[in-house]
Design a protein around this ligand. Structure first.
Ligand code: GUN
Length: 284
């Protein structure tokens, strides 16, 4: 059994991005990311701080827009529209969730698709679906990097994705399909889940339930990727996989923390770099 080191893979990706950024800067282009956060959600504040730090580390310009909880939709829309027009801002990210009185879909639809570094805009989601894209959704793209780091080929393998969210499950299945896996998507209404997961060579768990995937649901030698971020009964951070039970059966497994989490930000940096190139007519 091998534990995939997400921190190391993320550091390698960010190091490559820093090198490319240095070259871009020599050509007079500095990738710029705008991060919008509305309200006082403490988890979101940590995520946004990490994104700003990652930008500084690779040499990007970043600007944070911290708006008060009582921001109106019109004010938020006006900010996005102004950022859409700015030449020094290549990527726009609006941290979710938004306070309940605001419409996240409206904001996502307003971000110019070539600045949508989350890859949430329907135009970019569709581009991923047909395999003709500039940006990949950050978490699924990070999972693919982790799988690639094992050297295990996805081609012709049976992959099971547990979870069907627009941000993770659905695009995850698509990226595995692009690499010629045979993909099954399981979800809360799936019957006999263990029968399905037990046949999988690759399992990606994105259910949001602590230690949901148990050892008797996993085939010997499987590659198991944990997208979950939960708290266990003692308040400790844990994934969707019962790590201590499942790990001994796997060929490769990701830990939580230190697996998928660090990859998501690395792929956000990748999308921001791609955005700077696309907007300056440089080859991606
Ligand atoms: N909130 C939790 N994850 C994400 C993400 O990947 N992007 C944005 N914009 N908000 C999030």
């Amino acid at each position: 059994m091998n534990i995939i080191d997400g921190k190391a893979v993320s550091a390698a990706v960010r190091s490559r991005i820093a090198n490319e950024t240095a070259k871009l800067k020599n050509m007079g282009v500095t990738p710029g990311l705008a991060v919008i956060i509305v309200g006082n959600d403490s988890a979101s504040q940590v995520y946004v701080r990490n994104k700003e730090k990652a930008c500084a580390d690779v040499g990007f310009y970043s600007e944070k827009f911290a708006l008060p909880e009582n921001t109106t939709q019109a004010q938020l829309n006006a900010l996005v529209e102004s950022l859409n027009e700015r030449k020094d801002i290549n990527g726009i990210l609006c941290q979710l969730p938004l306070p309940p009185h605001l419409d996240d879909k409206a904001v996502i639809n307003l971000i110019r698709p070539d600045k949508d570094v989350d890859c949430f805009h329907p135009v970019n989601v569709g581009a991923v679906m047909i395999g003709d894209y500039n940006y990949l959704p950050c978490t699924p793209a990070g999972v693919m990097e982790l799988i690639h780091s094992t050297g295990v080929s996805v081609e012709s393998k049976k992959a099971v994705v547990i979870g069907r969210s627009n941000i993770v499950g659905k695009p995850m299945a698509m990226l595995l399909l692009h690499e010629n896996a045979t993909v099954e998507i399981a979800h809360s209404k799936t019957k006999n889940l263990a029968e399905i997961t037990k046949t999988a060579d690759i399992i990606v768990a994105a259910v949001g339930r602590a230690k949901f995937l148990k050892a008797d649901m996993v085939k010997d030698g499987a590659v198991v990727i944990d997208v979950g971020m939960n708290r266990d009964e003692n308040g400790k951070l844990c994934g969707d996989i019962d790590f201590s039970g499942v790990a001994p059966k796997c060929s490769y497994i990701t830990p939580v923390p230190g697996g998928v989490g660090p990859m998501t930000i690395a792929m956000l940096m990748q999308n921001t770099l791609s955005a700077a190139k696309v907007q300056n007519n440089l080859t991606k």
